[in-house]
Design a protein around this ligand. Sequence first.
Ligand code: CMP
Length: 158
Amino acid sequence: MSNIFERTLVILKPDALQRNLLGDIIARFEKKGLKIVAMKMMALDDVILTEHYIHHKDKPFFTKLKDFMKQSPCVVLCLEGLESVKVVRDLCGPTLGRVAPPGTIRGDFSMSIQANIIHSSDSLETAKQEVKRFFKSDELYEYKKMDTDIVYIEEERK
Ligand code: CMP
């Protein structure tokens, strides 16, 4: 059994904030058993958005995507858990909201390709870069989460 406690990055996008979904979404992560190791509200500027979405720089939607992400502040989180990169991706669902399965965050709360509520890291390598991009090391909290012993069996824990 692999005991890989990973950290992954989540961005709750302006549509999540405007539609009053922040609490519902964060509650899903908490109820799943993920540990919040960092969380803050941020107004994302062009510099950080260009870096974050650099792999889309030649796509026709690049500028509009950045404008959308600048419409209001976002909430960024770093979540920790066993294989959390995949766990969080699965909770979010596929990019296109209207085809994302019911039960996923995008499937339950969105209809759009761009206004799709949430971003999460797509691999462990990306997650490491993204966590560093959005959080300074002293914003990432090391603490004992009291429910770890019931969320995981002994063999799964760190
Ligand atoms: P995200 O997971 O943040 O990664 C890239 C984002 O680009 C994606 O979610 C969508 O918000 C957006 N996106 C992807 N494809 C399109 C598209 N065809 N048109 C507009 N926005 C898109």
